[in-house]
Design a protein around this ligand. Structure first.
Ligand code: DO4
Ligand code: MG
Length: 303
Protein backbone atom coordinates (compact mmCIF):
# COMPACT_ATOMS: atom_id res chain seq x y z
CA UNK A 1 0.00 0.00 0.00
CA UNK A 2 1.21 3.45 -0.91
CA UNK A 3 0.17 6.56 1.05
CA UNK A 4 0.84 10.28 0.59
CA UNK A 5 -0.13 13.52 2.26
CA UNK A 6 -1.25 16.48 0.24
CA UNK A 7 -2.64 19.98 0.60
CA UNK A 8 -6.21 20.75 -0.45
CA UNK A 9 -6.99 24.47 -0.83
CA UNK A 10 -9.56 25.68 1.70
CA UNK A 11 -9.52 22.25 3.39
CA UNK A 12 -5.96 21.67 4.63
CA UNK A 13 -3.63 18.67 4.72
CA UNK A 14 -5.08 15.33 3.64
CA UNK A 15 -4.06 11.69 3.51
CA UNK A 16 -4.13 9.99 0.12
CA UNK A 17 -4.18 6.34 -0.89
CA UNK A 18 -2.38 5.81 -4.18
CA UNK A 19 -4.07 3.47 -6.65
CA UNK A 20 -2.25 3.30 -10.01
CA UNK A 21 -1.96 6.95 -11.11
CA UNK A 22 -4.70 8.22 -8.79
CA UNK A 23 -4.66 9.57 -5.25
CA UNK A 24 -7.84 8.97 -3.26
CA UNK A 25 -8.50 11.25 -0.32
CA UNK A 26 -8.96 8.87 2.63
CA UNK A 27 -8.81 11.45 5.43
CA UNK A 28 -11.44 10.67 8.09
CA UNK A 29 -11.43 13.52 10.60
CA UNK A 30 -14.57 12.13 12.24
CA UNK A 31 -12.46 9.10 13.27
CA UNK A 32 -9.45 11.19 14.29
CA UNK A 33 -7.59 10.18 11.10
CA UNK A 34 -6.21 13.47 9.81
CA UNK A 35 -2.63 12.55 8.98
CA UNK A 36 -0.55 9.49 8.13
CA UNK A 37 0.77 9.77 11.71
CA UNK A 38 -2.82 9.24 12.96
CA UNK A 39 -3.19 6.16 10.74
CA UNK A 40 0.13 4.80 12.06
CA UNK A 41 -0.83 5.51 15.71
CA UNK A 42 -4.22 3.83 15.37
CA UNK A 43 -2.90 0.83 13.45
CA UNK A 44 -0.27 0.21 16.15
CA UNK A 45 -2.80 0.66 18.95
CA UNK A 46 -5.07 -1.91 17.28
CA UNK A 47 -2.23 -4.38 16.69
CA UNK A 48 -2.67 -4.10 12.91
CA UNK A 49 -0.25 -3.34 10.13
CA UNK A 50 -0.76 0.03 8.47
CA UNK A 51 -2.15 -1.62 5.31
CA UNK A 52 -4.57 -3.80 7.32
CA UNK A 53 -5.79 -0.79 9.28
CA UNK A 54 -6.41 1.34 6.17
CA UNK A 55 -8.31 -1.53 4.46
CA UNK A 56 -10.40 -2.01 7.59
CA UNK A 57 -11.47 1.62 8.08
CA UNK A 58 -11.96 2.47 4.44
CA UNK A 59 -15.67 2.70 3.72
CA UNK A 60 -17.69 3.14 0.57
CA UNK A 61 -18.24 6.87 1.13
CA UNK A 62 -17.58 8.92 -2.05
CA UNK A 63 -14.10 10.42 -1.98
CA UNK A 64 -12.21 13.10 -3.85
CA UNK A 65 -9.74 11.69 -6.37
CA UNK A 66 -6.70 13.48 -7.80
CA UNK A 67 -4.23 12.41 -10.42
CA UNK A 68 -0.65 11.89 -9.21
CA UNK A 69 0.67 14.43 -11.74
CA UNK A 70 -1.82 17.08 -10.59
CA UNK A 71 -0.42 16.87 -7.03
CA UNK A 72 3.23 16.65 -8.04
CA UNK A 73 3.69 20.44 -8.17
CA UNK A 74 5.40 23.11 -6.05
CA UNK A 75 3.73 24.42 -2.92
CA UNK A 76 0.90 26.82 -3.73
CA UNK A 77 -1.80 27.77 -1.21
CA UNK A 78 -4.41 27.78 -3.95
CA UNK A 79 -3.56 24.51 -5.72
CA UNK A 80 -3.49 20.93 -4.43
CA UNK A 81 0.07 19.62 -3.97
CA UNK A 82 2.05 16.87 -2.22
CA UNK A 83 3.35 17.47 1.30
CA UNK A 84 5.67 15.48 3.59
CA UNK A 85 4.24 11.93 3.52
CA UNK A 86 4.67 11.63 7.30
CA UNK A 87 5.53 14.16 10.04
CA UNK A 88 8.46 12.48 11.79
CA UNK A 89 8.91 13.57 15.42
CA UNK A 90 12.58 12.62 14.95
CA UNK A 91 14.79 11.79 11.98
CA UNK A 92 17.87 9.66 12.60
CA UNK A 93 20.42 8.59 10.05
CA UNK A 94 22.98 5.83 9.74
CA UNK A 95 26.32 6.64 8.12
CA UNK A 96 29.01 4.83 6.12
CA UNK A 97 26.76 1.82 5.70
CA UNK A 98 27.97 1.52 2.07
CA UNK A 99 31.64 0.95 1.18
CA UNK A 100 31.38 3.80 -1.33
CA UNK A 101 30.60 6.30 1.43
CA UNK A 102 33.37 4.98 3.70
CA UNK A 103 35.96 5.10 0.87
CA UNK A 104 35.01 8.62 -0.18
CA UNK A 105 35.27 9.93 3.34
CA UNK A 106 38.50 8.09 4.08
CA UNK A 107 40.26 9.41 0.95
CA UNK A 108 43.89 8.47 0.52
CA UNK A 109 44.74 8.26 4.20
CA UNK A 110 45.31 5.24 6.43
CA UNK A 111 42.51 3.65 8.41
CA UNK A 112 40.19 6.35 9.69
CA UNK A 113 37.18 6.68 11.93
CA UNK A 114 35.07 6.10 8.80
CA UNK A 115 36.60 2.67 8.06
CA UNK A 116 36.10 1.76 11.67
CA UNK A 117 32.44 2.83 11.65
CA UNK A 118 31.95 0.85 8.44
CA UNK A 119 33.54 -2.39 9.71
CA UNK A 120 33.02 -2.43 13.47
CA UNK A 121 29.94 -3.88 15.13
CA UNK A 122 28.51 -0.52 16.19
CA UNK A 123 27.21 1.50 13.24
CA UNK A 124 27.40 5.26 12.97
CA UNK A 125 24.01 6.73 13.85
CA UNK A 126 23.35 10.43 14.19
CA UNK A 127 20.42 12.73 14.85
CA UNK A 128 19.32 14.45 11.65
CA UNK A 129 16.70 16.74 13.18
CA UNK A 130 12.97 17.00 13.69
CA UNK A 131 10.18 17.79 11.31
CA UNK A 132 11.30 21.44 11.18
CA UNK A 133 14.39 20.40 9.17
CA UNK A 134 12.34 18.28 6.75
CA UNK A 135 10.82 19.25 3.44
CA UNK A 136 8.42 17.35 1.23
CA UNK A 137 8.40 16.83 -2.54
CA UNK A 138 9.07 19.91 -4.69
CA UNK A 139 10.05 22.03 -1.67
CA UNK A 140 13.56 23.55 -1.56
CA UNK A 141 16.41 21.69 0.04
CA UNK A 142 19.13 23.98 1.40
CA UNK A 143 22.80 24.83 1.02
CA UNK A 144 24.17 26.49 4.14
CA UNK A 145 25.62 29.91 3.49
CA UNK A 146 29.00 28.73 4.84
CA UNK A 147 29.30 25.63 2.65
CA UNK A 148 30.87 25.30 -0.80
CA UNK A 149 30.47 21.52 -1.16
CA UNK A 150 26.97 20.44 -0.28
CA UNK A 151 25.70 17.22 -1.84
CA UNK A 152 22.57 15.11 -1.87
CA UNK A 153 22.71 11.73 -0.12
CA UNK A 154 20.02 9.50 -1.67
CA UNK A 155 18.87 6.96 0.92
CA UNK A 156 16.16 4.41 1.53
CA UNK A 157 14.52 5.43 4.80
CA UNK A 158 12.50 3.46 7.34
CA UNK A 159 9.37 4.79 9.03
CA UNK A 160 9.41 3.23 12.49
CA UNK A 161 6.67 2.27 14.89
CA UNK A 162 6.84 2.72 18.68
CA UNK A 163 8.67 -0.56 19.16
CA UNK A 164 11.05 0.02 16.28
CA UNK A 165 9.10 -2.10 13.82
CA UNK A 166 9.30 -1.06 10.17
CA UNK A 167 5.89 0.41 9.36
CA UNK A 168 6.82 1.75 5.93
CA UNK A 169 9.63 2.86 3.62
CA UNK A 170 10.22 6.21 2.05
CA UNK A 171 12.98 8.09 0.20
CA UNK A 172 15.27 10.44 2.12
CA UNK A 173 17.72 12.98 0.84
CA UNK A 174 20.26 13.37 3.68
CA UNK A 175 21.54 16.68 2.25
CA UNK A 176 25.02 17.22 3.70
CA UNK A 177 27.68 19.94 3.77
CA UNK A 178 30.61 17.63 3.04
CA UNK A 179 33.21 20.41 3.21
CA UNK A 180 32.23 21.14 6.80
CA UNK A 181 32.40 17.46 7.79
CA UNK A 182 35.74 17.19 5.97
CA UNK A 183 37.18 20.20 7.85
CA UNK A 184 36.65 18.30 11.09
CA UNK A 185 34.42 15.27 11.78
CA UNK A 186 33.42 16.93 15.06
CA UNK A 187 31.52 19.42 12.91
CA UNK A 188 29.19 16.59 11.78
CA UNK A 189 26.03 18.10 13.34
CA UNK A 190 26.66 21.33 11.42
CA UNK A 191 27.21 19.45 8.18
CA UNK A 192 24.03 17.45 8.68
CA UNK A 193 21.46 19.64 10.44
CA UNK A 194 20.28 22.90 8.90
CA UNK A 195 17.26 24.38 7.17
CA UNK A 196 16.11 22.10 4.34
CA UNK A 197 18.67 19.40 5.18
CA UNK A 198 16.27 16.49 4.87
CA UNK A 199 13.80 15.80 2.10
CA UNK A 200 11.30 12.94 2.44
CA UNK A 201 8.73 11.48 0.07
CA UNK A 202 6.91 11.49 -2.19
CA UNK A 203 5.05 8.56 -0.59
CA UNK A 204 5.41 5.99 2.16
CA UNK A 205 4.99 2.37 1.10
CA UNK A 206 4.15 -0.51 3.41
CA UNK A 207 6.56 -3.48 3.53
CA UNK A 208 4.42 -5.61 1.17
CA UNK A 209 5.40 -3.16 -1.62
CA UNK A 210 9.12 -3.92 -1.12
CA UNK A 211 9.24 -7.70 -0.77
CA UNK A 212 13.04 -7.62 -0.78
CA UNK A 213 14.26 -4.32 0.68
CA UNK A 214 17.88 -5.46 0.15
CA UNK A 215 17.41 -5.51 -3.64
CA UNK A 216 16.15 -2.00 -4.23
CA UNK A 217 17.47 0.35 -6.93
CA UNK A 218 18.21 3.95 -5.96
CA UNK A 219 18.72 6.48 -8.76
CA UNK A 220 19.89 10.06 -8.40
CA UNK A 221 19.97 12.90 -10.96
CA UNK A 222 21.04 16.51 -10.61
CA UNK A 223 19.77 18.93 -13.26
CA UNK A 224 21.26 22.39 -13.80
CA UNK A 225 19.71 24.82 -16.29
CA UNK A 226 17.68 21.97 -17.79
CA UNK A 227 20.73 19.71 -18.32
CA UNK A 228 21.57 16.60 -16.33
CA UNK A 229 25.00 17.24 -14.76
CA UNK A 230 25.13 14.11 -12.60
CA UNK A 231 23.41 10.75 -12.52
CA UNK A 232 24.29 7.58 -10.69
CA UNK A 233 22.52 4.53 -9.33
CA UNK A 234 23.06 2.23 -6.42
CA UNK A 235 21.28 -0.75 -4.89
CA UNK A 236 20.53 -1.67 -1.29
CA UNK A 237 22.24 -5.05 -1.90
CA UNK A 238 25.49 -3.10 -1.28
CA UNK A 239 24.47 -2.22 2.28
CA UNK A 240 26.88 -3.49 4.92
CA UNK A 241 24.20 -3.57 7.63
CA UNK A 242 20.75 -5.01 8.06
CA UNK A 243 17.93 -2.66 9.00
CA UNK A 244 17.36 -4.70 12.17
CA UNK A 245 20.98 -4.10 13.18
CA UNK A 246 20.62 -0.33 12.65
CA UNK A 247 17.31 -0.22 14.54
CA UNK A 248 18.76 -2.30 17.37
CA UNK A 249 21.61 0.19 17.92
CA UNK A 250 19.33 3.20 17.47
CA UNK A 251 16.93 2.04 20.17
CA UNK A 252 19.48 1.03 22.82
CA UNK A 253 18.27 2.98 25.86
CA UNK A 254 17.02 5.57 23.41
CA UNK A 255 13.23 5.61 23.08
CA UNK A 256 12.33 6.96 19.65
CA UNK A 257 8.72 8.09 19.13
CA UNK A 258 6.52 6.27 16.61
CA UNK A 259 6.48 7.63 13.04
CA UNK A 260 10.14 8.67 13.36
CA UNK A 261 12.38 8.05 10.37
CA UNK A 262 15.72 6.27 10.09
CA UNK A 263 17.77 6.99 6.94
CA UNK A 264 19.93 4.00 6.02
CA UNK A 265 22.96 5.67 4.42
CA UNK A 266 24.12 6.65 0.96
CA UNK A 267 25.73 4.48 -1.70
CA UNK A 268 25.90 7.39 -4.17
CA UNK A 269 28.68 9.98 -3.99
CA UNK A 270 28.51 13.19 -6.00
CA UNK A 271 31.92 14.53 -7.15
CA UNK A 272 33.03 17.98 -5.98
CA UNK A 273 32.58 19.47 -9.48
CA UNK A 274 28.86 18.67 -9.17
CA UNK A 275 28.48 20.28 -5.72
CA UNK A 276 24.95 21.61 -5.43
CA UNK A 277 24.25 25.15 -6.57
CA UNK A 278 21.29 27.46 -6.13
CA UNK A 279 18.66 26.60 -8.77
CA UNK A 280 19.71 22.94 -9.28
CA UNK A 281 17.06 20.26 -9.09
CA UNK A 282 17.77 16.94 -7.34
CA UNK A 283 15.71 13.87 -8.18
CA UNK A 284 15.93 10.60 -6.29
CA UNK A 285 13.95 7.69 -7.62
CA UNK A 286 13.19 4.45 -5.80
CA UNK A 287 10.48 2.36 -7.43
CA UNK A 288 7.73 1.96 -6.21
CA UNK A 289 8.03 4.90 -3.78
CA UNK A 290 8.30 7.38 -6.63
CA UNK A 291 10.55 10.29 -7.53
CA UNK A 292 11.52 12.71 -4.77
CA UNK A 293 12.22 15.98 -6.60
CA UNK A 294 13.53 19.10 -4.86
CA UNK A 295 14.88 22.42 -6.10
CA UNK A 296 18.02 23.67 -4.35
CA UNK A 297 18.23 26.98 -2.49
CA UNK A 298 21.44 28.56 -1.20
CA UNK A 299 20.62 30.39 2.02
CA UNK A 300 21.97 33.97 2.42
CA UNK A 301 25.61 34.59 1.52
CA UNK A 302 28.92 34.88 3.35
CA UNK A 303 29.37 38.53 2.19
O1 DO4 B 1 29.93 10.00 8.61
C1 DO4 B 1 29.29 10.77 8.02
C2 DO4 B 1 27.91 10.56 7.53
C3 DO4 B 1 27.79 9.48 6.51
C4 DO4 B 1 26.45 9.41 5.90
O2 DO4 B 1 25.54 10.19 6.14
C5 DO4 B 1 26.17 8.34 4.92
O3 DO4 B 1 27.05 7.50 4.65
O4 DO4 B 1 25.07 8.31 4.39
MG1 MG C 1 23.78 9.95 4.80
Amino acid sequence: MKLVQFWRPNVGYRVGLVRSENVIDITMPEMGLKSTNDFIENATAGGLSLAEFVERVLNAQPRAVYSWSELDTPRDLYAPHFALPVLPPEVWAAGVTYKRSAEFRTGETQETIYDRAHFEARPEIFFKGGVSRCVGPNQPIGIRRDSTFTAPEPELALVLGHRGEIIAYTIANDVSAWDIERDNPLYLPQSKVFRGACALGPSIVTPDELPNPYEVDIHCRITRGGEIIFQESSNTSRLKRTFEELIDYLLRDNPVPGASVLCTGTGIIVPQECALQDGDVVEIEIPPIGVLRNPVKKWGSTQ
